[in-house]
Design a protein around this ligand. Sequence first.
Ligand SMILES: Cc1ncc(COP(=O)(O)O)c(C=O)c1O
Length: 420
Amino acid sequence: MTPTPVSARRCGLAEAADLGRTPVDVTAVLDHLVAQADTAAPTSVGFPGAVDLDHREVMARLGHRLWNNIGDPTDVGGTAHTRVLEQAVIAWLADTLAMPADDRWGYVTTGGTEGNLSALHTARRRLPTARIYYSTAAHYSIPKIIDMLGARGVAVEAGVDGEMDYAHLAVRVRRHRRWPAIVVATAGTTMTEAVDDTTRIHTILNEHQVPGRHVHVDAALSGIPLALDGRLRLDDDSGVGSIAVSGHKFLGVPTPCGVVLIRDSLRRQAAPVAYTATLDSTITGSRCGLAAALLWHAIATHGREGHRWRVSEARRLATYTVDQLTAAGWPAWRHPHAFTVVLATPPPAVRAKWLLATDADISHLICMPGVTQGQIDAFVTDLTDTTTPAGDPDPGDPHLPRPIPRPRRAPAPAAGIGTP
Ligand SMILES: Cc1ncc(COP(=O)(O)O)c(C=O)c1O
């Protein structure tokens, strides 16, 4: 007798996908996953994945086989790899960041986290006794990486707008001035999209005459937009040694990935691996060639001007969002360069429907390219419908927004990062 297939429609997804039960109704499980993601998409505005680019051509042409860019992107051996596309991506991003052509190296990573790891590993090999400074608004991967490297981390406070507190950095550097300094600046902090000013960081390191330095920029979200603006530069004057960006954020690549760029002169020669005939210069050995092809396609099909237009449309919608929330009496603000709108945390009923990112009294939504004005209008309507009491407002009503911490000064346009 043929056993009845387990249907994901009739029972829970986990039960349907349980490989201990045979046969598994594979089609039903995949249908269920797609339907779940499709249903959630219109209200998922809290995390920074662009949804306006069409990657189907690459997925259809390359998605059915393994593309392994094992080793260094400049390695030439093997066949089923996309290293030539990877090198084109590296060159495009390095050019956009004005990185000197004779002093650049990079590769396509699994994401911003691996980029940070690769850059900080490189910096620490050159400066093994360095203290690694990072702000409390830095991504959680930074203290984790410091721990993995067995390095000494020094946490620096951040302001309510998310930018590093430079006065506190100066206090911390003064205390550890006998040691070289590796400083992680963030271009686009996770909660508020704040941008740390590398010029001010260098001034502080100069004042305390630290014996060696490396400034790394974690630019997972904002690296490409700010580079397209010309506001984020890795030229000779910048003093920036490395940068990491994510590929699934601004470029919306449908698999987690990223790019790390490091000044070539700051690296040590990588060891050759005989049996793969490659250089062991990357964190992982096997590397996803499909991700490199997807990044290349996203860049090739839009060019710098196309991507600049995407940036300005996303910022226009973010401005609109702040205006709509403010008009509705809901506290909200954004940095002038940001896609991220910081707002007072909505009540649970709204958060149950809308996927925001929340940290206590503060939440954010991100107007990534592809988010529409219709979605923003629907969100503001849900918020006001839930929080506008019928009759006279009761000041003790828990649905009313509480004031949120705001930057002391008006958030300034990101300027100075990577400029002398
Ligand atoms: C500032 C920052 N750095 C690093 C990361 C990690 O990026 P990934 O998820 O690509 O590893 C993120 C992700 O949100 C981030 O916001």
